[in-house]
Design a binder for this molecule. Sequence first.
Ligand code: SF4
Length: 337
Amino acid sequence: MPEHPNEEHHFSQNWQQQLRSAFKSIDELCHYLHLSTDDLSPSVAAARQFPVKVPLSFAASMEKGNPDDPLLKQVLPIHEETVTYPGFSHDPVGDVQAMPTAGLVHKYRGRALFITTGSCAINCRYCFRRNFPYSDLQLSKERENAAMQYIRDDSSLSEIILSGGDPLLLSDDRLKELMRQIEAIAHVRRIRIHSRLPIVLPARITDELLEMLSQSPLKIVLVVHCNHANEINERVSCALKRLRNKGLVVFNQAVLLKGVNDKADVLCQLSETLFAQDVIPYYLHLLDKASGTGHFEVSKQDALALIKEIQAYLPGYLVPRLVKERVGALAKESVFA
Ligand code: SF4
């Protein structure tokens, strides 16, 4: 198997080209990391259920030859994904039942969430939407019009969240089109964008995108998704700083994952590293119980103990809020003892 194309050349390409050459097989990824499949025991059956997809930018931050690398664990399909755990389901946060119109989730007062695309630049094995029926809910023009009309008709909606999949995978033109429609609705004050792209494919943060976001008449809030300090390499750091330099508010949400970031020193380092890029470490989510993700679960008691431990090391503003989502709740819920 050939080495992955020259990295310098790869990172000089635009984000679409970089995305196209993401690793899409266990063998390719193992080869790049100098690991044999015997070291890892990957599962082809799990990869069939939820395909492998890892951009080189993310893989390049993994330690070569380390089968326990915390970034690798987030993307490698393993046998445990095929095990059925009690309490885990296909739609653990009740998204489908909270859609007044296809592609628009309205759970919380004042906010509604647009499923803009079913695609991501990376397939995270713990994803709460890994079983989401994206193909049934594709945003046709008709559905988009219905969703926009729903937002227009509900004057309590002051914030619209662009989610997915990953909304920054949309082309600039498509993103602009959606944003312009939302910006024209008088009662909407903020657009929040949930994206993992600044972390896993930082080349997406182009001058054109920054210009578009910074020119919006609405307040733009960007929520990135980073689980481990090792994800913030030089390219990511640069992309995050460019976002902040344009005046965008950037928060991070992480998921607490067994074997990835369930240690106090790892969480402290994540908060410190994020803040060094002007990113607020806002949420630490308990795992949403999506089928195929049970092996990542950290118990509530262990999560609370971790928070207590990191509170002893970090100032309050660097301690993320431990939250969970409960079907039918009117907001994300803080986790207490
Ligand atoms: S980027 Fe987000 S939505 Fe996409 S697979 Fe990862 S966790 Fe899921």
